[in-house]
Design a protein around this ligand. Structure first.
Ligand SMILES: Cc1cc2nc3c(=O)[nH]c(=O)nc-3n(C[C@H](O)[C@H](O)[C@H](O)COP(=O)(O)OP(=O)(O)OC[C@H]3O[C@@H](n4cnc5c(N)ncnc54)[C@H](O)[C@@H]3O)c2cc1C
Length: 435
C-alpha cells in the first residue's frame, strides 16, 4: 500500500461497476471514504447472465437499501423447479431466520444500474465510459493507481463536468480494487492469472417471448445430453416477467465435453425437446445467443496481491454448486469494503497493510470450506455415470432434493436451524480449506 499523498484522486479506486464493484464502492462511501468507481461501459448496459437471484442475493440487495417490494419491477419466485430423470419437483426456498423466503428475477441492465446508482447516492464518484488500461506502480512495485482511457463523450453520469476527450489519464488512490469481472485484465496485468486447478463453467443464454414469462419458480433441467452422454451442468428457464424468458445452459470444466461442445448447438437441441406452446422457437428469440465464463471456487488467488484487492468474478467467487455469482460478488464487496475501511483508519502504513492482508483470510473463513466441497462436487459430477446415478436417485427422493437445494444454494442458518442445516454446516467446517 502507498503512503497517502495529497494529490490522490480518492481514498479508493474501484475498477468495474458490476455487482461486486458497486457494492464495494457503496460500503466504502458509507464508511466515509472517498471512492472513484471506474466503469468502461455506460448504464444501462447488458451483462450475459441468467438474471436469477436466490434468497441469498435478495438479502444483499435489501442490505443495500434496494427497493424489492411489490410494484418495484422485480419478479418474485418461490423456489426452484427441478426437471430430470423424467420427473419434475417443485422445491420451495427453505424457511430460514437468516434469509428471506423468496428469490427475484430482473435483467442485468436494470439490476446493475440500480446498484451503481445506489453507490452514487451514497457519495461514490462514478465515471462511466472509462476503461482502465493498466496499473500505476510505486517504487516497491505495489499498485498505487491506474491508467485509464475515457471514451470521447465520457461524462460522469452524475452531472459532473465532461472528461478530457482523448488522453489517457492517471488516477491515484491509497487502495485499488479489481472488480472488473471474469477476465480481470487488471489482475492479469499485476501477474494474477486464473488457477487451472479450480472449477470454471461456461454458459450461454438468450431470451424468447413466451407465455411462461411470469413463472413464479426458477426452473432447472438436469438432463443435458450429448448423444448418450449426460453432461455435468444444467439448463435453465427463468421467467423475466416482461413477456420473455431467459433460457440458457452451462457446463463445468470437469468433463471431457467442456472444451469440445458447441454450446449454441446444444442449446438449440435442448430447446427442440420443449413443448411448442412455450414458444422457445427461433421466431420468438429477442436477443442473440451470448456466452461467457463463470470463474468458480476461488479460481483466482491470492485475493490481495501487491496492493491490489479482488472482488466478485475477478476473485473467482462463483458458487461451484449452482453457478450463482451475483450474491457472492456483492458479499465479497461488502467484506472487502469493511476490511479497507478498517485498514485506512490505522495510523500508519504497516498497520494498514496488516489489516488488508486479512482479507484473503476473511474470504477463506466465510467460503473456504463450502467452496472446497464445491470443488469436490464438480469433480464427481464430471463423471457421467455418477451424474446419472445422482439425478435418477435424487429426483425420486424429495427429502433428499430439499437437502440438496439447501446445499447447492448455500442456504442454511449458521446457528440453530434444522438437521439439514447442521449437517451442511458441519461438512463445511470439516472440509479442508486451502485459499
Ligand atoms: C451465462 C451466464 C449466466 C449466469 N447466470 C447467473 C444467474 O442467474 N445468477 C447469478 O447470481 N449469477 C449468474 N452468473 C454469474 C454472474 O453473472 C457473475 O458472477 C456476476 O456478474 C459477477 O459480478 P462482478 O461485479 O464481479 O463482475 P461483472 O458483472 O462482470 O462486472 C464487471 C464490470 O467491470 C467492467 N469492466 C471490465 N473491465 C474493465 C476495465 N478495464 N475498466 C473499467 N471497467 C471494466 C465491466 O464493464 C463490468 O461492468 C451467470 C454468468 C453467466 C456467464
Amino acid at each position: 500500500m502507498t503512503e497517502h499523498v495529497k494529490d490522490d484522486d480518492a481514498d479508493v479506486i474501484v475498477v468495474g461497476a458490476g455487482p461486486s464493484g458497486a457494492t464495494t464502492a457503496y460500503y466504502l462511501a458509507q464508511a466515509g471514504l472517498t471512492v472513484l468507481l471506474l466503469e468502461k461501459a455506460r448504464f444501462p448496459r447488458e451483462k450475459v447472465c441468467g438474471d436469477g437471484l436466490t434468497p441469498r442475493a435478495v438479502k444483499t440487495l435489501i442490505a443495500m437499501g434496494v427497493d424489492v417490494g411489490p410494484g418495484s419491477g422485480w419478479l418474485r419466485n418461490k423456489g426452484l423447479r427441478v426437471i430430470g430423470a423424467g420427473m419434475r419437483l417443485e422445491l420451495p426456498w427453505p424457511e430460514l431466520d437468516s434469509y428471506p423466503g423468496y428469490g427475484l428475477v430482473r435483467t442485468r441492465a436494470s439490476l446493475d444500474e440500480t446498484l451503481a446508482r445506489r453507490a452514487q447516492a451514497a457519495g461514490v464518484k462514478l465515471l462511466e465510459g472509462v476503461t482502465v488500461t493498466g496499473p500505476v506502480l510505486d517504487d516497491a512495485g505495489q499498485i498505487a493507481g491506474v491508467t485509464a482511457r475515457a471514451e470521447a463523450s465520457a461524462g460522469t453520469g452524475s452531472g459532473h463536468s465532461e472528461r478530457d476527450r482523448s488522453s489517457t489519464q492517471t488516477f491515484r488512490a491509497r487502495v485499488v480494487v479489481a472488480a472488473d469481472g471474469n477476465s480481470s485484465r487488471l489482475s492479469v496485468a499485476m501477474g494474477l492469472r486464473r488457477r487451472d486447478d479450480r472449477p470454471l463453467g461456461v454458459a450461454v443464454r438468450t431470451y424468447y417471448t413466451s407465455p411462461r414469462h411470469d413463472d413464479d419458480y426458477l426452473e432447472s433441467w438436469l438432463d443435458l445430453w450429448d448423444g448418450d452422454r449426460l453432461l455435468p451442468g444444467y439448463g435453465w428457464i427463468f421467467g423475466m416477467g416482461d413477456g420473455t424468458s431467459n433460457v440458457g445452459l452451462g457446463l463445468l470444466n470437469t468433463s471431457d465435453a467442456f472444451g469440445n461442445t458447441d454450446y449454441r448447438e446444444l442449446l438449440k437441441r435442448w430447446l427442440r425437446s420443449m413443448p411448442e406452446e412455450w414458444g422457445y422457437v427461433e421466431e420468438n428469440r429477442t436477443e442473440p445467443v451470448r456466452g461467457a465464463a463463470l470463474p468458480m471456487g476461488f479460481n483466482r488467488t491470492p485475493h490481495y496481491y501487491r496492493g491490489l484487492l479482488l472482488a466478485g468474478d475477478a476473485a473467482g467467487m462463483v458458487n461451484p454448486f449452482n453457478g450463482e455469482g451475483i450474491a457472492y460478488a456483492m458479499e465479497s464487496g461488502e467484506i472487502l469494503a469493511r476490511t479497507i475501511a478498517q485498514a485506512l483508519a490505522r495510523p500508519d502504513r504497516e498497520q494498514a497493510e496488516r489489516v488488508l492482508r486479512g482479507y484473503p483470510q476473511a474470504l477463506a473463513e466465510t467460503y473456504g470450506g463450502y467452496y472446497a466441497l464445491g470443488r469436490l462436487f464438480v469433480q464427481l459430477i464430471g463423471r457421467p455415470q455418477l451424474m446419472r446415478f445422482a439425478t435418477r436417485h435424487g429426483m425420486a427422493r424429495p427429502a433428499l432434493m430439499r437437502f440438496a437445494l439447501k446445499l447447492l444454494a448455500n442456504l442454511t442458518d449458521p446457528r440453530g436451524g434444522d438437521a439439514a442445516d447442521r449437517v451442511i454446516n458441519g461438512m463445511t467446517r470439516l472440509a479442508p480449506n486451502p485459499r
